[in-house]
Design a protein around this ligand. Structure first.
Ligand SMILES: Nc1ncnc2c1ncn2[C@@H]1O[C@H](COP(=O)(O)OP(=O)(O)OP(=O)(O)O)[C@@H](O)[C@H]1O
Length: 290
């Protein structure tokens, strides 16, 4: 699903003395099947922005378009119900929302709530369990017997069982160890690639942005200060540093090597990109010597 924001502003407790503007005149276009990372400091408006995409919050002014859905300040909740089915949201620590006695029941809860028969919902739950990389033998177990990372997978299976076309991930790897983090990010990459899911990822991990995202939105104090392809937006590390944002490690390393004669086109942002360009330049140097 393509997502566009046109001059979106959002104020918490608008019209009261407690009013707090969290988004200010935000506009962007994300293509269908995009993979967008949203980065920025604490309090810059990232969570508020993603909650507009599944219409948990409606704009105070401006318009949001998600495929054929249009959200304005006047859109009613009844109009938004079908949209919410298309947009799945994985909050931070989603495992805290597990509550059923068995894993199968927990995953099947959403689809059944939306009218699917228990048999079909159970079958779908088993499929989703496999999709998130858990064995079917887990289905009858209590979700609370699992490790933290496995519980998170069950919670994600519950979101996927609603068959969303957009998946919003708000710091989905928080609290996981490095291997768990990588496995989780690889799962989202697979869903994006194989099932064409549009992904919107809120993260503080620049390495993940460089490795997985295609587009990046950089927020500062409620404003969108940069939006574009990751390569383009991260191509100027000095700008990132000036905005107190981390530079991906591979790009830092590439900058050091630039002082020793390496030339980058474009600047490598991941270890793979760096290795590939170094190999090309070594090969070229070898040929030049001959
Ligand atoms: N429920 C709320 N009521 C009033 N103000 C809020 C509310 N939620 C967030 N804010 C304010 O809105 C602004 C943006 O907050 P938001 O949570 O969207 O930022 P964030 O970039 O997601 O931060 P973090 O990285 O800490 O999650 C902040 O100034 C915050 O204090």
């Amino acid at each position: 699903m393509a997502i566009s924001f046109e001059h979106v502003t959002f104020t918490y407790q608008a019209g009261t003395p407690m009013a707090q503007t969290a988004l200010e005149d935000v506009s962007f276009n994300l293509p269908d099947h995009g993979y967008l990372a949203i980065i920025g400091h604490t309090g810059s408006g990232k969570s508020t922005l993603v909650q507009q995409i599944n219409a948990l919050l409606k704009p105070t002014s401006g318009t949001i378009k998600i495929d054929d859905f249009t959200i304005t300040p006047n859109t009613t909740n009844a109009d938004l119900k079908p949209l919410r089915q298309h947009v799945g949201m994985v909050f931070q620590f989603p495992e805290s929302q597990l509550f059923e006695e068995t894993i199968r029941k927990d995953i099947a809860f959403g689809p059944q709530n939306f009218g699917m028969s228990p048999e079909d919902a159970n079958e779908l739950a088993d499929q989703m369990l496999t999709t998130v990389g858990l064995d079917i033998s887990y289905a009858e177990r209590s979700p609370f017997e699992l490790s933290g990372g496995q519980m998170r997978r069950v919670a994600i299976a519950g979101v996927l069982a609603m068959r969303p076309q957009v998946l919003i991930l708000d710091e989905p790897t928080a609290g996981l160890d490095p291997q768990g983090r990588q496995e989780m990010m690889d799962l989202f990459e697979q869903l994006h690639r194989e099932q064409g899911l549009t992904i919107v990822l809120v993260t503080h991990q620049m390495e993940d942005v460089a490795e997985y995202a295609e587009q990046v939105a950089i927020m500062r104090e409620g404003r969108l200060v940069k939006f574009g392809d990751v390569q383009e937006a991260f191509g100027d590390p000095d700008w990132l540093l000036a905005n107190q944002l981390d530079v991906p490690r591979a790009a830092q390393f590439a900058q050091q090597l630039a002082k020793r004669g390496f030339q980058w086109q474009p600047l490598p942002l991941t270890a793979d990109q760096l290795a590939e360009q170094i190999a090309e330049q070594w090969q070229k140097r070898g040929t030049d010597h001959v």
